[in-house]
Ligand binder design. Structure first.
Ligand SMILES: [Zn+2]
Ligand SMILES: [Zn+2]
Ligand SMILES: [Zn+2]
Length: 494
């Protein structure tokens, strides 16, 4: 019998191959270069033989539960060896299982086990590795494991595991990054030999590095201390315990983002670091911006604990009966969205549209490109009436129109202003909400009614003015928008 089941072509002795496909398989009728078995039907090709030695079930002739290598009956059911007149003994001399032979008289599974033990320097004693060997031998097609283990990378890895130079843990596998290591990790996770590796944690670690990369050391150092010694430590413990880390990662990102903003402001405004920060700095920061600034509270607690600064503190924010938003906070958010980073353009545009027009997110995601007419000025139609989009917001929308993302996957015929990742879809409101939360805009949905009033009080052209955009430009639009806004406001008040 052939070693390893799948071997390169070797002509059968005494029957020289004449031309390609010189033989015809007597079972399937296909031309073949190789006869794998001679059974009562005649010559059997490799494909038919391989199928035969992997077919188990109840023989329709004798009723035995066993290997069914025999030719199929007219209805397609295969029969067992004796009933088909096949005299070969398919039993493994070691485990007794009826299947094709490898290396003399043993089955593929037993051959895999021998090989693994040899590569690993003997049968392992670590229960994790005992389990791994069992899992690899139990593969549906042990023949593929025989081929897989021939790779030098795989052998090196298995040898390391077997001899103890590579720990049979997630961390051990991390030291040999390769596809083979990931395959072993999957097998071990699947069989409960290793706890499932958390999907969010490695991405979060990457996110922290990216977040801090370009910051001055005065900002990056304390922010990294906070990220590492508070959040990462906590989330790693959670992941080790098998918990769902996604909600923690989300709120950690928000706290780190707010901390970075605070430290950057402190450094650029007063040239102070967290060590020299005063209570007055903290109070000023909280009093002059959106309520999300309260998120730095955890950072200050950790600074006190770790003696970076034990003098400043921030109480818990008094819970309000109804969510509210001040005009200052609204304008601060709009300013922030206008000056953010380009990779988050769709989310920034969505956020600006919410804050400028108090439109619910679910109608913003349904905006189609024809709803926007880039005239003088640009107008956008949410419902029946077009409303003005003054500069600099018009420019933001224009940027989005020329850089809509996800068009590669969903096609250029996609009409949505916010194309989703699937063909014909728009972005889901939750996706946008989640991203806005990451940049500190939380609870916007609940604030919609509060926003209505703020928009009437200070419509987009006046916001543009408040942000310091050319008074003339805002004034130029005032005449036109007077009417537009009266109509718009009228619709909202009813
Ligand atoms: Zn065949
Ligand atoms: Zn039978
Ligand atoms: Zn066996």
């Amino acid at each position: 019998m052939e070693p390893d089941g799948l071997v390169p072509y070797r002509p059968v002795r005494g029957r020289p191959r004449l031309t390609y496909g010189a033989w015809v398989c007597d079972r399937c009728g296909r031309s073949t270069t190789r006869t794998q078995a001679h059974w009562p039907e005649g010559r059997i090709c490799f494909t038919c033989w391989f199928t035969a030695i992997h077919t188990h079930g109840t023989c329709p002739v004798c009723g035995a539960e066993r290997l069914l290598p025999g030719p199929p009956l007219p209805d397609g059911t295969p029969v067992c060896g004796p009933c088909a007149g096949i005299v070969d003994d398919f039993r493994c001399s070691r485990c007794g299982e009826e299947s094709g032979h490898h290396r003399g008289t043993i089955c593929a599974r037993c051959a895999v086990r021998d090989d693994l033990h040899e590569i690993m320097g003997g049968p392992p004693s670590d229960p994790v590795l005992v389990g791994l060997v069992a899992a690899l031998c139990a593969a549906k097609r042990p023949e593929s494991t025989l081929i897989w283990k021939r790779s030098p990378k795989v052998q090196e890895l298995l040898h390391g595991l077997g001899t103890g130079t590579i720990a049979a843990t997630h961390e051990g596998l991390d030291t040999r990054p390769s596809r083979a290591a990931e395959h072993l990790r999957n097998v071990m996770e699947h069989h409960g030999l290793l706890p499932p590796r958390d999907r969010w944690l490695p991405r979060f670690e990457q996110w922290i590095d990216n977040k801090l990369i370009d910051l001055p050391a005065e900002v990056a150092r304390p922010a990294r201390h906070f990220a590492t010694w508070h959040h990462l430590r906590r989330i790693r413990a959670l992941a080790d315990a098998g918990g769902d880390t996604q909600p923690s990662v989300r709120s950690a990102k928000q706290e780190i983002t707010e901390t970075v903003k605070f430290l950057s402001w402190l450094w650029s405004t007063y040239g102070r670091t967290i060590e020299t920060c005063t209570q007055r700095d903290v109070d000023q920061w909280i009093a002059t911006g959106p309520t999300t600034r309260y998120t730095i509270r955890t950072f200050l607690v950790i600074c006190k604990r770790d003696r970076l600064n034990a003098t400043v503190q921030l109480g818990h924010r008094a819970p309000k009966t109804s969510p509210s938003l001040t005009q200052e906070q609204r304008i601060a958010w709009i300013r922030e969205l206008l000056t953010g980073e380009s990779e988050t353009l769709p989310y920034r545009v969505a956020g600006v549209l919410i804050l400028l027009y108090a439109q619910p997110l679910k109608s913003i995601v349904r905006l189609q490109t024809p709803s926007i007419v880039d005239g003088n000025p640009m107008v956008i139609t949410f419902g029946k009436h077009p409303v003005d989009v003054p500069e600099p917001f018009a420019q933001l929308v224009r940027d989005l129109l020329s850089h809509r993302t996800n068009l590669r996957t969903s096609g250029h015929g996609n009409p949505w202003l916010f194309p989703g990742t699937h063909a014909g879809d728009h972005l889901h409101p939750d996706t946008i909400m989640h991203r806005l939360r990451l940049i500190g805009m939380s609870n916007l949905g609940a604030r919609n009614s509060a926003l209505d009033d703020l928009v009437l009080e200070c419509p987009p052209p006046i916001v543009a003015d408040a942000l310091g955009y050319s008074h003339q430009v805002a004034f130029h639009h005032a005449e036109r928008s007077g009417e537009t806004w009266a109509r718009y406001a009228g619709r909202r008040i009813r």
